[in-house]
Structures are given as C-alpha cells and as structure tokens.
Write a protein that binds this ligand. Structure first.
Ligand code: RI2
Length: 315
C-alpha cells in the first residue's frame, strides 16, 4: 500500500481523526506523493496528482478542513515536474506549520475568555478546544472541565487523556447528562468540522444539544475553529454533507441480528444554528458567527471550484 492510500485508509477508519489532524495528514500525504510519484512529464504528473487529490478528498465528507487543505497544497503552476514537486512540498509544509501555529494561537486567544474558577463543558475531542482549556490552566486559572463521552467512538476519552496529562481537573459524563450538568457550567467550548457562510457550526453529533441546553441556561457557547474550517462553497448556498457512518459503530452486528427489521442510524455530525453561538475563536481573533462571511471572502478569498479543478486545468 502506498503511503497515500495508507493515509486515506486511516482517515476513513478514523485512525487519523479530528478536522485539523485530517487536514495536516492529507497535506503531508500529497507532499509525499508529489515527491515520490514517477512521472515522465508534467502532464503525467498532473494526472497522478489529480488522482491523489481525489483519493484523499473522498475519504470523509464533512470536515471542510480537508478539501481546503488539499486545494492550498495543490495551488501550483509549473511547466516541469521538478518545479511542481518543489511547489507542492513547500505548500504542504507551509500549511502544516500554519495549522499547528493556528491551534496554539486559538489556545491563547480563547483562554483569555475563561476566568479563574470556571467550569467548562466540552464535547468530543477537539485539539483547538483542548488548546484553549490547557492554555487557561497553564496561565494559572483553576478551571474544571466536564467532558462528554461522545458515543459511539468515545472521543471524550481522548479529551480526558489530554486534560489528565496537562493536569486539568476533569469530570467525564454521559452524552445524555449534558442538560443535567449545564447549570453548573460557566462556558461551553467545542471544536468545529465546518463553519458555513452564515456562521452555522457543523461539529460532532450532539453538539447542537449542548448548544440548546447552554442557550436555555444562558451559558456562553464558544467554538474553537481555525479559519480553514470555514466553508467557501456554502457561499453558493451549498450544504455541508453530514457523514453517516456504519451502524455497526452503534450496535454490533451480532446483537443487531436479533432484530432483523431494526434500522440503526449513525450520523457523525449535526448543525448548530449561529443563533446559539456567542463566539468563534479563530487564529485571527475571536469573532461573532455573523463574521463568517468576512472570513470566507476576505481572509480565505478562494475561488470556488470543483474538487480537482486546479489539477484539471493543469496547474
Ligand atoms: P480539531 C472531530 O471530528 C470533532 O467533531 C471535533 O470537534 C472536530 O473534529 C474538530 O477537531 P471527528 O474526526 O480539528 O472525531 O479541533 O469525527 O482537533
């Protein structure tokens, strides 16, 4: 198996997961492909890179960081293979370094919003959200975190592990206990898989329930999202596709056999309307969700294209 197909497989089966990590892994895989793929001329090279782009693009549909990263890395213009290889490698390196730096910056910017003694609820496992929590704790704020389990993949346990290693006092709860604990919460902090042009958030299934419970209890709801998680294609009114994963993640096939007519559904993400979001913490500052349009048009400023268009045009 080539390193590109291996990365694609790992993204699909969630060995590599988390919107930011998926983007960095895909950028690295494209770079390695560009540096190693045999090609006798630029035409053959472009065709092979287009194929690589598609293999990675189709691994998981929801996290917009993936297509955004792929497009950034594939922005090259070369008339010979060596030059193309160099440009792709440089693009990938710059994206990966910028992405890691963005997570750190979000940590610093978001931590300013948390106060000494705060209890913060989080959901799933988000590196950007965890960066905020650990940065606040490092600054000496005595925070407590409530982390949800996040069925069915239990990413909450990754969050628990990250916070335990950083020394942050943490309580693990069932996903269904969110509303029960919300009255004890000062702020909710979650990550993002995608943010639409009108500021809606697509994140791990259950996020919208946290938002609803927070809204009811008048608890501020903060999102941690690098700017490459904003979706340019939603400018055209396109909806972000919600990934529906294998029902076996919810109910093992051997148990399911008992009820042959049973339907099991497993959507991996849900949509939180912008009305329930107080702040989106990005590497360029903390913004209200209504500024998503500005981030997409001014900061990202990308052409909206079909996947692979860049390569199809031979650049
Ligand atoms: P970071 C994850 O999705 C979660 O929904 C998380 O909130 C989001 O990606 C962002 O994660 P999954 O890959 O990029 O677990 O902040 O399905 O790490």
């Amino acid at each position: 198996m080539s390193s590109l197909t291996e990365t694609a497989e790992k993204i699909k089966n969630m060995e590599i997961r988390g919107a930011g990590r998926i983007a960095r892994a895909a950028a690295l895989a494209l770079k390695e492909e560009a540096l190693s793929v045999p090609a006798k001329d630029i035409g053959e090279f472009n065709a092979k890179m287009r194929e690589a782009f598609r293999t990675l693009y189709t691994t998981r549909p929801t996290a917009v960081s993936l297509p955004n990263a792929l497009r950034i890395v594939m922005r090259y213009k070369a008339d010979n293979v060596e030059d193309a290889r160099r440009q792709i490698a440089a693009n990938a390196d710059a994206f990966i370094a910028g992405s890691e730096h963005a997570v750190q910056q979000i940590g610093e910017i978001g931590a300013r919003r948390l106060r000494d003694g705060d209890t913060i609820m989080t959901h799933c496992n988000s590196s950007a959200a965890a960066a905020i929590l650990t940065a606040a704790f490092r600054q000496g704020k005595r925070i407590n975190v409530i982390a949800t389990e996040t069925r069915p993949r239990m990413q909450g346990l990754i969050t628990v592990d990250v916070l335990a290693k950083a020394g942050v006092p943490t309580t693990l709860i069932l996903d269904s206990a969110v509303r029960y604990f919300m009255k004890k919460v000062d702020t909710v902090v979650v990550g993002a898989d995608a943010i639409t042009v009108n500021g809606n958030l697509i994140n791990k299934i259950g996020t919208s329930q946290l938002a609803l419970a927070a809204h009811e209890a008048r608890v501020p709801f903060m999102v941690a999202a690098e700017t490459y998680k904003f979706s340019p294609r939603t400018l055209l009114g396109e909806l972000v596709e919600i990934e529906e994963r294998d029902p076996a993640e919810v109910l093992p096939p051997e148990k399911r056999k008992q009820w042959p007519g049973l339907t099991v559904r497993n959507p991996a993400f849900d949509i939180t309307p912008h009305q329930y979001i107080d702040l989106i913490c990005t590497e360029i500052g903390a913004i209200p969700p209504e500024m998503a349009f500005w981030v997409i048009t001014e900061k990202l400023g990308w052409e909206i294209e079909e996947p692979g268009d860049e390569a199809a045009r031979g650049i």
